[in-house]
Write a new protein. Structure first.
Length: 203
């Protein structure tokens, strides 16, 4: 027996109908950095989808290694032009635990952005030792909306140059009415290695 709602089959013989969204995480694109200055994901380029196909998008960055000591790991958005300079308002806080057992938890007002267009840091003063890296994710909600601001949330585990580990939290929104159609990742100086994967959620 099938369960049908408004012409859409919800369940048929115990299985979900093909028209029912399951909220799966769908891998869209994987980019690998090797002494790279930037990694960019642009809707419609190189098989990247970053539009209204999905409700939200998740970037997972894996073993991002700064090639220059004390570089800052960061990201930015573009809103239809070629520059990554979307206007943002953000917040940034972090907890850390050092190898000498020092600890702290604080809001970092020097790392947040107030209606600015610069790159948002995900981690600062990273260690360039061969065994040190940054890992985490960035979620962007409804980037193609032309009605609402575009919210995002990021969390990262960063190997700091002290040496210590930073548990970093960043959130904010792109305060633009244009759709966000691209995201770029880079270090504040030098190059980096690692992998970034883009996933679509829902839709």
């Amino acid at each position: 027996m099938a369960v049908v709602s408004n012409g859409t089959t919800i369940i048929d013989a115990g299985a979900l109908g093909s028209g029912v969204a399951t909220g799966k995480m769908i891998l869209i694109k994987t980019l690998t950095a090797s002494n790279s200055s930037t990694l960019s994901f642009v809707d419609g380029a190189s098989s990247v989808v970053f539009d209204d196909t999905y409700d939200s998008y998740v970037f997972k960055f894996i073993n991002i290694h700064a090639d220059t000591d004390t570089a800052n790991w960061s990201f930015n958005f573009r809103d239809g032009a070629t520059a990554y300079d979307a206007t943002k308002t953000t917040s940034y806080f972090r907890a850390y635990h050092a190898e000498d057992n020092g600890t702290a938890f604080s809001y970092k007002s020097d790392k947040d952005i107030h209606q600015g267009t610069g790159f948002q840091e995900l981690g600062f003063s990273l260690h360039s030792d061969a065994d040190t890296s940054s890992n985490g994710e960035l979620t962007v909600y409804n980037p193609s909306s032309t009605t609402f601001v575009k919210h995002f949330i990021a969390r990262a585990s960063n190997g700091h140059s002290a040496p210590e580990v930073h548990d970093t939290f960043v959130a904010g929104y792109c305060n633009v009415t244009a759709a966000i159609d691209g995201v770029q990742f880079k270090m504040s100086t030098g190059t980096f290695d690692g992998v970034i994967k883009l996933y679509g959620i829902g839709g």
